[in-house]
Unconditional design. Structure first.
Length: 94
């Protein structure tokens, strides 16, 4: 593992830990959804960057890219559905 890959993976772990702390400090579930979305986008992007730095353009790094690109709309959809369910549960349905 090169030092660049190690740095990128360390930053990824640091962002996940930071988001975990923020998740428990935020008071409402609606605000906590933002933390989950942040981890989905930034964590996936850093993992993909580490794959490209480690392997270059290879089948493994391209698979990481496609997996990350697939999790972006799925994560957005799940965040929307969760927010909608929270509104319905709290009786704020529009």
């Amino acid at each position: 593992m090169t030092s660049a890959v190690a740095i990128v993976l360390s930053v990824m772990v640091l962002t996940v830990w930071l988001a975990s702390i923020a998740f428990f400090r935020l008071p409402t579930p609606f605000q906590r959804i933002h933390v989950i979305t942040f981890v989905n986008i930034v964590g996936g992007a850093l993992a993909m960057l580490a794959a490209f730095l480690g392997d270059g353009v290879s089948s493994r790094s391209l698979k990481c890219t496609f997996i990350w690109l697939a999790t972006l709309p799925i994560g957005a959809l799940l965040s929307h559905v969760t927010g909608r369910a929270l509104h319905v549960r709290e009786g704020e349905r529009r």
